[in-house]
Design a protein around this ligand. Structure first.
Ligand code: HSE
Length: 437
C-alpha cells in the first residue's frame, strides 16, 4: 500500500518526541499499520531554531494552516496546545477532509463536543489518547476494553507535575517552589504551570474520562476544581503520621442518578496502590460492575511517553483509513446520539471523610468546644491529635480526622469553629477518601 503522509503542527517536547518515535520505530510501525507512515510536513513557530528531532525529509513551515491545507497530508497531528489557534487548525483540517490526532486536553475538554460533531458529519476521526495521562492508554481501555461494564467510579492521579511536587514534599521534605521548578525543567509542566497547580489540567482530563466512562457530553465547567497550592509540608507529614498520603485526585463517581465530578487534594490510605504512585507517574483506578477495580499505571507526561500515545493514535487512524466510518469506535465510546447528560452532585451534597488542621489556643475546654460544634453538625470524629508544642502566642496545631459526612455539614462546622475566639487562623480542610465506590 502507498505510504501515508502526515503533517505535524508543533515540534516542541511532544512533537519532537513523536517525530523521533516514528523514525526510530518506523519498521515495526509500518508492520503494524500495514503501510509506511511518514511525516511530510511540519509547522513550527520559529524556522531558524535548532530542533531536538531529525527533520530531514520534512518540509517545515511557520504557518500551521499550510499543514491543514496540504493536499498530500492525510492526517494532521495537532501538538501546539491551547484552545484558540489549535481549534481553528483542527476545524480546518476536518473541513479539508483530514483525520486529526491531538494531545490537547484543554481543546477536547472545552470544545470536544463541537469538534466530534464536525468529525462525525464528515466521517472523520479525531483521536486524543495522548490528551489524558501521557503514555497510559486509558482512553482505549475505557472505550474498548471496559465496554461491557457499568462504571461505578474512576479515580485518577492525572497531573504529573502536582504528583511530582507532592512526592518531593513527602520524600525529601522539600518545599513547593523548588519541586515546581524541577518539574518545569524536566518538561512535565504546562506552559502556564498554574494549570497544573490549580487543578485545571487535571479537570480537563477528568472531563474527558468522565464523558467516556458515563456516556455524558463533555462539560468542563461542571467539574469542581481545587489545586495543591494550599498544601503545606506539615499537612503532608501529619497525614503520614496518621497512615495517609496526600494525592491530587480527579474523582468521577456514580452516586444514584448523579455523578460526582471533582478534582482536589485528598488523603488516601498509605496502603492503597494509588498511594505509591510517585513522581511524574500517573495512575487511574477504574471500577466497573463486571470487572471490579482495575488500576492503570504509567508515565503521565514527557516527550517519549506522550509520543507513544500520539503514535498509537496515528497507527489507529491509518488502519481505519480504509474502514467504513460506521464501524469505527465512537469518539466518546457511546454512539453520539446515545450521549445523555447526567446531573453532577453539587459540592455541598458530596460525602467523604475530612482531615482538618486548626491552630488553637492551648487551654482547657478548647477541644471540647470544637468537638461540640462538630457533633452539632453531625460530624463524627475518628481521630484527634495535638501536634508539636505551642508557639509564642500560646497556639498549637490540632489535627482532626472525621468519619464520612456531607460537605455541607463540614462547611457549616468549619464556619462555626473559625468563629471561636480560641481559633487563630482559617481551618485547613482536606478531603479523605478510602477509594471504595
Ligand atoms: N502538565 C501535564 C502534567 C502534562 O503535569 O501531567 C501532561 O498532560
Amino acid at each position: 500500500m502507498e505510504p501515508v503522509n502526515i503533517g505535524v503542527v508543533g515540534l516542541g517536547t511532544v512533537g519532537g518526541g513523536t517525530v523521533d518515535v516514528l523514525h526510530r520505530n518506523s519498521a515495526e510501525i509500518s508492520r503494524r499499520a500495514g503501510r509506511e507512515i511518514r511525516v511530510s510536513r511540519a509547522a513550527v513557530r520559529d524556522l531558524d531554531r535548532s530542533r531536538s528531532c531529525d527533520t530531514s525529509g520534512i518540509t517545515l513551515t511557520n504557518d500551521p494552516f499550510e499543514v491543514a491545507n496540504d493536499p498530500d497530508v492525510r492526517v494532521v497531528v495537532e501538538l501546539i496546545g491551547g484552545e484558540t489557534t489549535a481549534f481553528e487548525i483542527v476545524m480546518e483540517a476536518l473541513e479539508q477532509g483530514k483525520h486529526v490526532v491531538t494531545a490537547n486536553k484543554a481543546l477536547i475538554a472545552t470544545r470536544g463536543n463541537e469538534i466530534f460533531r464536525a468529525a462525525h458529519e464528515r466521517g472523520l476521526v479525531v483521536a486524543f489518547e495522548a490528551a489524558v495521562a501521557g503514555g497510559i492508554s486509558i482512553i482505549k481501555i475505557l472505550r474498548e476494553g471496559l465496554a461491557g461494564n457499568r462504571v461505578k467510579q474512576l479515580v485518577g492521579i492525572v497531573n504529573g507535575t502536582s504528583n511530582y511536587i507532592l512526592t518531593g514534599m513527602h520524600e525529601r521534605g522539600s518545599d513547593f517552589e523548588p519541586m515546581l521548578r524541577e518539574a518545569q525543567a524536566l518538561g512535565y509542566a504546562e506552559s502556564d504551570p498554574t494549570f497544573d497547580i490549580d487543578g485545571v489540567d487535571a479537570a480537563h482530563k477528568l472531563t474527558i474520562l468522565a464523558s467516556i466512562a458515563y456516556g455524558i457530553p463533555l462539560d468542563f465547567s461542571a467539574v469542581y476544581t481545587e489545586g495543591i497550592g494550599t498544601i503545606q509540608g506539615k499537612d503532608v507529614s501529619y497525614a503520614e503520621d496518621l497512615g495517609y498520603r496526600i494525592k491530587h485526585l480527579g474523582i468521577a463517581r456514580r452516586r444514584g442518578n448523579r455523578v460526582d465530578l471533582r478534582v482536589h487534594p485528598c488523603l488516601i490510605p498509605e496502603t492503597h496502590l494509588l498511594a505509591s504512585v510517585d513522581g511524574v507517574m500517573n495512575a487511574i483506578l477504574v471500577e466497573g460492575d463486571a470487572v471490579g477495580q482495575t488500576i492503570h499505571y504509567g508515565a503521565g507526561a514527557g516527550a517519549n511517553p506522550t509520543a507513544s500515545s500520539v503514535v498509537a493514535d496515528i497507527v489507529d487512524v491509518v488502519r481505519t483509513l480504509t474502514a467504513d466510518p460506521g464501524n469505527r469506535v465512537p469518539h466518546l465510546a457511546f454512539q453520539p446520539t446515545a450521549l445523555t447528560s447526567k446531573d453532577v452532585t453539587p459540592l455541598g451534597d458530596i460525602e467523604c471523610a475530612y482531615y482538618l488542621r486548626l491552630l488553637a489556643l492551648d487551654r482547657p475546654g478548647v477541644l471540647a468546644e470544637i468537638a461540640r460544634i462538630l457533633g452539632e453538625n453531625n460530624v463524627s470524629i475518628e481521630a484527634i491529635r495535638q501536634q508539636g508544642t505551642k508557639n509564642n502566642d500560646g497556639n498549637v496545631s490540632v489535627v482532626i480526622v472525621t468519619h464520612k459526612t456531607r460537605e455541607m455539614s463540614m462547611t457549616r462546622a468549619i464556619g462555626a469553629i473559625e468563629a471561636l475566639p480560641a481559633i487563630a487562623e482559617p481551618v485547613m480542610r482536606i478531603r479523605l477518601d478510602t477509594l471504595e465506590a
